[in-house]
Design a protein around this ligand. Structure first.
Ligand SMILES: Nc1ncnc2c1ncn2[C@@H]1O[C@H](COP(=O)(O)OP(=O)(O)OP(=O)(O)O)[C@@H](O)[C@H]1O
Ligand SMILES: [Mg+2]
Length: 261
């Protein structure tokens, strides 16, 4: 279970949880490969303590225009979009040039690509890069991949999760967030991912945690962790520095213990 996707409603805390998980993986003596698969937000590298973002993988594959042309050609040739593959079989992190893969203190970061300009077209090529990369990626024995997904569920439609072993859904105290979690659970089942777990985030009280847990468990989504509403997390995100909340780290250690007993 070594390719983990962190999903959930916009702003629920996916990137924060990715950062906390990467740190917890490192504390266990393993290596974390963080994959930034969000086409819009640009701050994940800061949360992880990197001074700059890596060059996007989409650039390594010839750029968005080239991929769009390739995609059109494939579709004209009758190849379904879901079968378009871009990476060599057995892709390993060691094969990625250093500008595209940053590394610091046992955490590595790659980024799929970002929407940079108005009217540049849809993000389909990024979705294909994510799906292909995850499919072909062969992890080293001590390596765990953690994918920071785009908000919502569109990536399921693009098949990004087809090579994922485990989906972690971040749930904040809102009805929308619960509904997105339920949808993610349903979509994961459709592609036969049985390891779908919820992590509660921004929790103001035990009572709220209990209410969210009750609702999620009623739809067979098991809750494996709960991070409190935490001012340290909020401020470090605002200031663009890495998160160092001890309480959240301790909770995420338990999540990792659950996933890798
Ligand atoms: N436990 C927490 N306590 C307080 N603030 C939090 C907590 N978790 C996340 N936040 C804040 O919520 C905001 C959104 O967090 P984050 O960027 O991780 O969410 P996201 O789900 O990745 O968002 P997006 O969908 O835009 O990618 C940030 O300002 C962050 O500091
Ligand atoms: Mg995010």
């Amino acid at each position: 279970m070594r390719k983990i996707a962190v999903c959930g409603k916009g702003g629920s805390g996916k990137s924060v949880i990715v950062r906390l998980l990467a740190d917890a993986v490192r504390r266990r003596g393993w290596r974390a490969l963080v994959i930034d698969s969000d086409e819009s937000n640009t701050g994940l590298h800061r949360m992880l303590g990197f001074a700059k973002a890596p060059e996007p993988l989409i650039g390594l594959l010839g750029g968005k225009n080239h991929l769009e042309a390739m995609l059109e050609e494939a579709i004209r040739a009758g190849i379904p979009e879901m079968q378009v593959d871009l990476m060599p079989l057995g892709m390993q992190t060691a094969m990625i040039p250093p500008a595209y893969l940053l590394e610091k203190d046992g955490i590595r970061l790659v980024s799929v690509g970002k929407i940079l300009m108005a009217l540049e077209g849809c993000a389909c090529p990024m979705g294909i890069v994510s799906r292909s990369f995850l499919k072909k990626l062969v992890l080293e024995p001590d390596e765990i991949a953690i994918v920071d997904m785009e908000a919502g569920v569109e990536h399921f439609g693009r098949g990004v999760e087809t090579s994922i072993d485990c989906v972690l859904v971040v749930v904040e105290p809102s009805l929308d967030s619960l509904e997105v979690a339920e949808k993610i659970h349903e979509l994961s089942e459709q592609i036969e991912i049985s390891d779908v777990w919820a992590i509660l985030n921004k929790i103001p009280s035990e009572a709220i945690a209990a209410r969210l847990t009750e609702r999620l468990e009623a739809t067979q989504i098991h809750v494996i962790g709960a991070i409190k509403q935490d001012n340290d997390i909020f401020e470090s995100s605002l200031e663009g520095r890495p998160i160092n909340s001890r309480a959240a780290a301790a909770e995420i250690d338990k999540v990792l213990e659950f996933l890798f007993p």
